[in-house]
Write a protein that binds this ligand. Structure first.
Ligand code: COA
Length: 703
C-alpha cells in the first residue's frame, strides 16, 4: 500500500473529528471548537452517532458519509472504540489519523496499538500518536488540538513527545511572543516519528527554526540521516530529558557500559549539527533569537558595555560558548575611540564607563554596526545615574532594526531597576533579543555561532573501507553454531585482519614445542595468553604471562598458565595458548563500535588503559561517519592533547586512529550479527608509525 504524502498531515483539505461532542468541557468539543475558531478554510466534519449539529457544523453519524475529502481524522473516542473508528477511516480513504485517545502502549496496551498501526498501514493510512493533544499548522490555519485556542502564528515549528509539556508550550510561546508555524504532538510514536515530520518541515517555507522535545529515540539511523539533511537547511533545537545514567546499557564490554544513553545522544546530536538546549527556557530563547536574527557573515564579535563588571562576565560567557572576540586592538581603537571617553577602553570589551549617556551608547553600537570587521555585537547596559534610561527602549529597538537590516546579529543584556525591567518586557514583546542575564544573552549568540560554524563544515557521507565481510560472517556463524555470544580471541583477530586493522604478531600453540617454535619465529620478548571460550577474563584466571625473554621462560609460562586456568575453572575448555609479540609501549586508546539500542550502529573512542571506566573520557558518533567526523570525535576527548605529544614527545599517529574508527564503523554497519567490538588498548605510535590493536573483544547475536 502507498503511504500518503506527509504534506496532508500539515495541509489537510478536510478534517473529521471522530468523537466530536456538543458537550462543552469534552475533548471532542474543544477540538471542533479550536478547528472552527482557528479560521481553517477546509472541510470540518464532526462525527457523532447522534448526528445533528456541533458548533454550527453538520455532524455525520459516520465518517463514510462525509461528502468531501478527509485527509485528517482526529480520533477522540474511548480506547475500546478506536480500532472500529480506524476501520471506518479506511473505507473513506482517510490519509492521516491523529489519535488523541490514551490507553495504549503507555499503559501496557501494546497489542491494541500495534493492531491499529498494522491495519492503518495496510490501508494506506499513517498514525500520529496515540496519546496526543493533536496538531496545529499555520499553513492552513488549522488548530486541531485540544490545547489553547489562541496560537500565535510565526516561523518556529515544535514537535513534542510530551503532551502536557506541548500544551504548556503553546501558552508559553504566546507569552514570549514566539510565533509558530506548526506544533505537533507525537505521543507514543506508534508510527509517525520525528524523522517523518522533519521531511515536511525542512521544505516548509513558513518554518525557519525547528524545535523538538524528545524523551527517547527510535529508529535512530533514520533520525540521524533526517537530522543531517535538516540542519543543513535550518537550525534544529532539541531538548531531551533524561540526562541520568539509567538508560545506560548493561553490557559485557566497556564500550557498552561507557555508552550512557545521554552521552551517546549528546555526541550524535552534535555530529548532526543539532543545537541541544538544557532547558525549555533556553530552547525558547534560542528559537526566538534565531527566528528573528540573520546569521552572521563572520566570526568577530564585539562587546559594548557601560559597566566593566558585566563586560568581564560577558567575556567569560563568550569563552564558554565559543564566540570569538575581535582582538585587533589597532582597528578597535580606530572604530571606537571617537565614541569612547578618554578614561574608557577601546579594547574588546569596549567599555564606555558608567558616565556614558544613551547618545554615547547609541553611537558606539552604531560604530560596531558600521565596521565591516565586526560581525556581531553583544550590547550590555547597567543602570547608572548619568544614563538617560528613558531613551533605553528607543536605542535598543532602533539598533536591533538597523542590525537586522545590516545582516548582523546583536543581543542585549540590560541590568537595573524597574524602568530597565519594564524596558526588557516591552522589548521582548517587540521581538528584540533583550535579556536581564548576561549568560542568557551570550548563549543565544553562541548558539547561533555554533550553527554558523557547523554550516561551514563540508557535508560528509559515510565512508566505507574495503573489508572482507564474508570472512567475518563466516567466523561469526561458526561461533553462533557453537551457541556463543562472543568471539574467542583468535576469532576476533580474524575479524580485525579482515578489516585490515594491524595486530601484534601472534600464533596459537597447542603444545609446548609449538609455543617455543612460535616464540622464536616472532622474536623475544613475547606474551602468552590462554585461549578459552570459558575464560573471558584471562588475567583473573592467571591466563596471561608477559615479557618472556627466552625459551626457558616460555616453557615455565606455558605450564603455569595451564595450571592456573585448570585451578580457576577445572571444566574450562582450553583451545590453546596464544604466543604474541610483546608490543612496545604506545599511547593507549580504546576504540569500539556497537549497535546502540536507540541509534543503531555507533562508534566510540577514548583514551584507554586501566582508568578508562573511571575517567569516562570517551566520545561517540553514529557509525555513518567520514574521516572529518572521526577526527572531530577524537578531538572531543578531553585528553586529546596527549595525542598531539606532550613534553617534547612526537605527535601520535592520529590518522591511524581515524583509520581504525572508520574500519570498525564499516564492520558494525555491514556485519549485522556483530553487536559490539572493542579494541582496548589500541596503541598509537608516533606519527607515521601506525597503531596496533592489542586486545579485541567481539560480541555477537546468539542463535
Ligand atoms: N464514532 C463517533 N463518535 C463516537 C463513537 C464513534 N464510534 N463512539 C462514541 N462517540 C461519541 C460519544 O457518544 C461522545 O459524544 P457525546 O458527548 O455526544 O455523547 C464522544 O464520542 C466522546 O465519547 P465519550 O465516551 O464521551 O468519551 P470522552 O470524551 O469522555 O473521552 C477520550 C474520550 C478520547 C477523550 C478519552 O478516552 C481519553 O483518552 N482521554 C485522554 C486524552 C489525552 O489525555 N490524550 C493525551 C493528551 S497529551
Amino acid at each position: 500500500m502507498n503511504t500518503p504524502d506527509i504534506k496532508y498531515l500539515f495541509e489537510p483539505r478536510g478534517v473529521a473529528v471522530i468523537g466530536a461532542s456538543a458537550t462543552p468541557g469534552k475533548i471532542g468539543y474543544a477540538i471542533v471548537d479550536n478547528i472552527v475558531s482557528s479560521g481553517y478554510k477546509g472541510g470540518v466534519y464532526p462525527i457523532n452517532p447522534k448526528g445533528g449539529e456541533i458548533l454550527g457544523r453538520k455532524a455525520y453519524s459516520a465518517v463514510e458519509e462525509v461528502p468531501g475529502e478527509v485527509d485528517l481524522a482526529v480520533i477522540v473516542v474511548p480506547a475500546k472504540f478506536v480500532f472500529e473508528a480506524v476501520e471506518t477511516c479506511a473505507k473513506k480513504n482517510v490519509k492521516f489519523l491523529s489519535i488523541i485517545t490514551s490507553g495504549f502502549s503507555e499503559t501496557g496496551n501494546i497489542e491494541g496499538e500495534k493492531k491499529i498501526v498494522n491495519f492503518a498501514r495496510e490501508h494506506g493510512m499513517r498514525v500520529l500518536g496515540p496519546n496526543i493533544f493533536g496538531t496545529f499548522s499555520a499553513k492552513v490555519s488549522c488548530n486541531a488540538t485540544f490545547g489553547p485556542k489562541e496560537i500565535r502564528h510565526g516561523n518556529v515549528a515544535i514537535m513534542t513527545q510530551s503532551g502536557a509539556l506541548g500544551i504548556a508550550m503553546i501558552g508559553k510561546t504566546a507569552v514570549e511572543n514566539i510565533g509558530l508555524s506548526a506544533i505537533i504532538s507525537l505521543g507514543n510514536k506508534s508510527d509517525i516519528n520525528e524523522s517523518d515530520l522533519l521531511e515536511y518541515l525542512v521544505g516548509d517555507e513558513g518554518t525557519k527554526v525547528i524545535m523538538m522535545y524528545i524523551e527517547g529515540v527510535q529508529d535512530g539511523e533514520r533520525f540521524v540521516s533526517a537530522l543531517k539533511k535538516a540542519t543543513r537547511l535550518k537550525p534544529v533545537i532539541v531538548i531531551k530529558s533524561g540526562r541520568s545514567k539509567r538508560g545506560a546499557m548493561a553490557a559485557a564490554s566497556h564500550t557498552g557500559s561507557l555508552a550512557g544513553a545521554d552521552e551517546v545522544f549528546e555526541d550524535i546530536m552534535r555530529q548532526c549539527g543539532v543545537l541541544r538546549a538544557e532547558s525549555l527556557q533556553e530552547a525558547l530563547n534560542w528559537s526566538k533569537f534565531i527566528a528573528n536574527t540573520p546569521l552572521p557573515i563572520g566570526e568577530n564579535a564585539a562587546i559594548i558595555t557601560n559597566g566593566g563588571g558585566v563586560g568581564v562576565m560577558a567575556t567569560d560567557a563568550c569563552e564558554k560558548y565559543g564566540i570569538k572576540m575581535y582582538d585587533d586592538t589597532h582597528e578597535l581603537k580606530r572604530i571606537f575611540s571617537p565614541v569612547t571617553p578618554d578614561f574608557g577602553s577601546t579594547k574588546n570589551p569596549i567599555d564606555l564607563t558608567g558616565g556614558a549617556t544613551s547618545a554615547f551608547y547609541d553611537s558606539a553600537i552604531k560604530a560596531g554596526l558600521n565596521s565591516p570587521n565586526i560581525h556581531s555585537v553583544i550590547a550590555l547596559y547597567c543602570e547608572t545615574a548619568t544614563f538617560d534610561v528613558e531613551n533605553l527602549p528607543k536605542v535598543t529597538k532602533s539598533n536591533f532594526k538597523a542590525f537586522q537590516a545590516g545582516k548582523k546579529p546583536i543581543v542585549f543584556s540590560l541590568l537595573g531597576g524597574e524602568k530597565v525591567e519594564n524596558c526588557i518586557v516591552d522589548m521582548k514583546n517587540e521581538n528584540v533579543p533583550v535579556f536581564a542575564d548576561v549568560y542568557e544573552a551570550v548563549a543565544c549568540l553562541g548558539t547561533m555561532y555554533r550553527y554558523y560554524n557547523y554550516l561551514k563544515t563540508d557535508v560528509e557521507h559515510a565512508e566505507d573501507v574495503e573489508i572482507d565481510v564474508d570472512a567475518i560472517n563466516k567466523v561469526v556463524a561458526s561461533a553462533q553454531a557453537d551457541h556463543r555470544s562472543f568471539l574467542l580471541a583468535h576469532e576476533g583477530q580474524i575479524v580485525m585482519k579482515a578489516a585490515g586493522i594491524t595486530l601484534p604478531q601472534s600464533k596459537i600453540a597447542h603444545h609446548i614445542e609449538e609455543a617455543i617454535k612460535y616464540a622464536e619465529e616472532i622474536g623475544y620478548p613475547v606474551v602468552m595468553k590462554v585461549v578459552s571460550r570459558d575464560i573471558l577474563h584471562k588475567s583473573d584466571a592467571g591466563g596471561v604471562a608477559l615479557d618472556l625473554v627466552n625459551k626457558a621462560e616460555v616453557i615455565d609460562a606455558y605450564q603455569a598458565i595451564m595450571h592456573s586456568c585448570r585451578q580457576y575453572d577445572s571444566k574450562a575448555r582450553i583451545d590453546g595458548i596464544e604466543v604474541c609479540e610483546m608490543v612496545r609501549k604506545g599511547t593507549e586508546l580504546i576504540v569500539g563500535a556497537r549497535l546502540d539500542k536507540s541509534f543503531g550502529p555507533t562508534v566510540m573512542c577514548g583514551l584507554g588503559g586501566v582508568y578508562v571506566e573511571v575517567m569516562k573520557d570517551v566520545s561517540f558518533r553514529a557509525a555513518s561517519l567520514g574521516r572529518r567526523e572521526a577526527h572531530a570525535m577524537i578531538k572531543d576527548i578531553k585528553s586529546y592533547p596527549l595525542l598531539l605529544g606532550v613534553r617534547g614527545e612526537k605527535r601520535k599517529d592520529v590518522e591511524g586512529v581515524v583509520d581504525t574508527i572508520i574500519k570498525l564503523a564499516t564492520i558494525i554497519r555491514k556485519c549485522k550479527n556483530i553487536t559490539d567490538i572493542e579494541v582496548n588498548p589500541l596503541l598509537a605510535y608516533d606519527v607515521g608509525e601506525g597503531v596496533k590493536a592489542v586486545d579485541v573483544r567481539v560480541l555477537i547475536t546468539k542463535k
